[in-house]
Design a protein around this ligand. Structure first.
Ligand code: MGD
Ligand code: MGD
Ligand code: MO
Length: 760
């Protein structure tokens, strides 16, 4: 078995466990964020930077995609936003000498945490064929080298262009245009591993693959169900919105296999009561569901609504399609199936149903706990059935709320980062630039790995992200990357994907959100779209980490010119220096962006149109909102095994590790822990504090092992376990993906426990 670098150094990974907390944020969060920020940035830079986060004249927080409230507080950021900012705005630097001192083979032994701590990348670097070290390369030479490798391909489909969700609208638009001018739709993105299931389910049922609510709707809702999401860590500013909703009378229900501190109680660090008091109780009802039980839960609710005939018949008759087929199936649901799949007491489901019936306006929020299962798409379709039944789409205070992850992941998709673009989008793009875009669908993230493994993709290019660490089946993926002719990463920080390379590799450093972006045409700004379809500008203010660093837009445009040649009629040079000219093109290609340059300059930006939300028009195949029939399924777990979900700790941003603590869950000083219910632990003989190996089981019979995890007895729902991503990605089989969306099943891996084989 190939040896892998762990995310944290085994020698320093010594987790300590104390009781989990029951409230999030408050004074400790403020202290924690300021300490991490000043460590990285120094006091003066910390103050100057954090003051500009999410302010109308400042930059969009690179933390998450939660929207900014209209009237911003002086400090519209959160503990984890501050950490994300500090990670980027750090004063540490990686220069060419660093690469001269550290051979790639040595860097490949380092943990992801260590790599990330070395600082911002400052110069383009090349790892040449057979070389042991990265060496400096000029920008033009780097672009010429990529162009040469692209030209050597038999077909443009031999290249794949990955995007992580921090990329701005402007850079994303230029990037997809470049890929399509080259002739490929191979535009995999992080969304494929994230909310793809939401997009698939919502596009089919409502006609728009995005959420239908605004912050105002949350404030007006009677009932908010938060399923499969840990906002205390991953979307801390959402807690302020939930707090405000509660003040206005909303009931909040949380559906999760874990009691998550942030959802239980919130101490708002932006007011005195939150800083020192007990905070606000957020969750009125906690349903501790089994992993993968949500389809059954929503089905049971739907059956209860049908039984009581509490259906909004007028809405269903006017706006929906497929009600009868759906209702016939839902009426057949048996209580036994629901209890087995959810593990919930029936009384709790009835209690939730009573809340639903007492509520006029209902919102369902969700994230990875729903999207990363084999039956994720049917589960989210059932959530839509649930909302449609009582007319909870397209009216104030109600709707679907998939809570996005990366700060511009939604905008990137709007800009055309998609391996399966619509014909309408391609027509508009081709019309604007006078060419025939490729029509064949491209590879998503999982298919890109398969294609690299099979020798079909030979050039892998990544606009941000950390592909080898974020994707499943780490050993398969790393071997696939190594088969490429060339791997290229446009990055702000060093990560694992820079040291697991093709025959040749390039690191192209770039500006981040917090950096000032000045071109020959003066200061530029970019734009992003939040989780609620609000588009606004983002302008960094810090001196860039090195002179001569290029923005993502400039990198794409200069590469495009090098690869497509002087005869290409797209004005790449103009785009690279004057982003207004790019925005003018976006305005003509992407629906909802008319007058982009004018609207993006309004304070707070503008909201994209959304048919279901704005006028109850549903651009689906039937022209109506579609009810769907979703056969009831739940993960099966053989005796003596548990179902493992891979989730985030409080001190990480996806594959970027900020620290070794998971404060709310009471874990400090280490990441190699597995949370197991004490009753399951007793049955399986897993003593608290014992070290074990996690061994994945899947139908292909391949052994996947993650060694040396400490057992923590924790109140997780029975039959399930939890451990951190990306240490556990080695356990997720490449071919174990969600039906329809092809998203890796990161929340459902069958594991058995074997004696500890030692630290790596
Ligand atoms: N600080 C910080 N912020 C982030 C990120 C980060 O890493 N750090 N990542 C960003 C990104 S890209 C994303 S996508 C989001 C992720 O945001 P989340 O989706 O909140 O992230 P996870 O840690 O994967 O948490 C999944 C949650 O779902 C629950 N869950 C797991 N399986 C099930 C299930 O079957 N049913 C139900 N009902 N619940 C389940 C888990 O117990 C956990 O509470 O956060 C974004 N924001
Ligand atoms: N097992 C398991 N696997 C998962 C998940 C899970 O829950 N469990 N979650 C999945 C999800 S939801 C997601 S979104 C993916 C995340 O997958 P990715 O988006 O690929 O991973 P990140 O860790 O967010 O990428 C971090 C890197 O991005 C670069 N970066 C940061 N900011 C910028 C910038 O402004 N510009 C550029 N060019 N580069 C930048 C830095 O070099 C940093 O090292 O992982 C997925 N993988
Ligand atoms: Mo994500």
């Amino acid at each position: 078995m190939a040896k892998q670098a762990p995310q944290s150094d085994p020698a320093q990974d010594a987790p300590e466990v104390s009781a989990p907390q029951h409230a999030a944020a408050g004074l400790p969060a403020v202290g924690h964020s300021l300490r991490m920020a000043t460590e990285q940035m120094g006091a003066r830079r910390t103050l100057a930077t954090l003051r500009k986060v999410n302010q109308p004249d400042g930059f969009d927080c690179p933390g998450c995609a939660w929207p900014e409230p209209g009237k911003t507080h002086t400090a519209e950021f959160c503990e984890n936003g501050a950490k994300a900012v500090a990670e980027e705005a750090t004063e540490r630097r990686i220069h060419a000498e660093f690469f001269a001192a550290h051979p790639v083979a040595e860097l490949a032994e380092r943990s992801g945490y260590w790599l990330g701590q070395q600082g911002r990348l400052t110069a383009p670097m090349l790892l040449d064929e057979g070389a042991t070290h990265y060496t400096p390369i000029g920008w033009d030479e780097a672009f010429a080298l990529i162009a040469e490798e692209l030209r050597a391909l038999d077909t443009p489909d031999g290249a794949a262009f990955y995007t992580s969700g921090r990329t701005s609208n402007e850079a994303a638009f230029a990037y997809q245009l470049f890929a399509r001018r080259l002739g490929t739709n191979n535009l995999p993105d992080c969304s494929n591993m994230c909310h793809e299931s939401s997009g698939s389910a919502l596009t089919e049922t409502l006609g728009v693959g995005k959420g239908s609510v605004s912050l105002k709707d949350l404030y007006q809702a009677d009932l908010i169900i938060v399923a499969g999401q840990n906002p205390g860590t991953n979307h801390p500013r959402m807690l302020s919105a939930l707090e405000r909703a509660k003040r206005a009378g909303a009931t909040v229900v949380s559906v999760n296999p874990l009691p998550e501190a942030g959802l239980e109680r919130f101490k708002n660090p932006q007011n005195a009561r939150g800083l020192v008091g007990h905070g606000t109780k957020l969750t009125d009802l906690f349903l501790q569901i089994r992993l993968g039980g949500d389809l059954a839960l929503f089905r049971a609710l739907n059956q209860l609504i049908l039984d009581k005939d509490a259906v909004d018949h007028a809405f269903v008759a006017e706006h929906c399609h497929g009600f009868e087929e759906f209702a016939a199936e839902a009426r057949e649901t048996t209580r036994e199936e629901v209890l087995a799949a959810t593990g919930l007491p029936w009384e709790q489901i009835e209690e939730l149903a009573r809340m639903v019936l007492a509520s006029e306006k209902v919102i369902v929020c969700w994230a990875m706990g729903l999207t990363q299962h084999k039956h994720a798409v049917p589960t989210i379709r059932e959530v839509v059935n649930f909302l449609l039944l009582r007319g909870n789409v397209g009216r104030p205070g109600a709707g679907v709320c998939p809570v996005r992850g990366h700060s511009n992941v939604q905008g990137d998709r709007t800009m055309g980062i998609f391996e399966r673009p619509s014909e309408a989008f391609l027509d508009a793009l081709g019309g604007e630039f006078g060419f025939e875009p490729p029509r064949a669908h491209g590879y998503d993230s999982v298919d890109t790995i398969r294609a690299m493994r099979d020798g079909k993709v030979r050039v892998f290019f990544a606009m941000g992200g950390n592909f080898v660490a974020a994707t499943p089946d780490t050993e398969v993926t790393e071997a696939a990357m190594r088969r490429c002719r060339l791997t290229v990463h446009v990055s702000t920080k060093l990560n694992r994907s820079h040291v697991v390379t093709g025959a040749r590799a390039l690191i192209l450093p770039t500006l981040g959100r917090t950096d000032r972006d000045v071109t020959a045409k003066g200061a530029q700004f970019v734009s992003v779209e939040d989780s609620m379809g609000q588009v606004h500008s983002s302008r960094g203010g810090l001196r860039p980490p090195a002179p001569g660093l290029l923005s993502e837009v400039a990198i794409v445009c200069r590469l495009a010119r090098a690869a497509l040649g002087p005869q290409d009629n797209v004005p790449w040079e103009e785009f690279a220096v004057d982003y207004d000219t790019l925005r003018d093109r976006i305005a003509r290609v992407v629906p909802g962006f008319a007058d982009f340059n004018e609207k993006v300059r309004r304070p707070g930006g503008f909201t994209l149109p959304h048919g279901p939300r704005d006028s109850r028009t549903f651009p689906t195949a039937t022209g109506k909102a579609n009810f769907t029939v979703n056969p009831l399924t739940a993960p099966e777990v053989p005796a003596g095994r548990l179902l493992l979900q891979t989730l985030r700790s409080h001190d990480q941003y996806n594959t970027t590790i900020y620290g070794l603590d998971d404060r709310y869950r009471g874990i400090t000083g280490g990441r190699r822990v597995v949370l197991v219910n004490p009753a399951d632990a007793a049955e399986l003989g897993l003593a608290e504090g014992a070290y074990i190996d996690l061994v994945g089981e899947w139908k292909d019979g391949v052994e996947r092992r993650a060694p040396h995890f400490k057992v923590v007895h924790y109140p997780v729902a029975r039959g399930g376990a939890a451990a951190y991503y990306p240490e556990t990605n080695v356990l997720v089989p490449l071919d174990s993906t969600a039906d329809i969306s092809n998203t890796p099943t990161s929340k459902a891996v069958v594991v058995r426990f074997e004696p500890d084989s030692g630290a790596s």
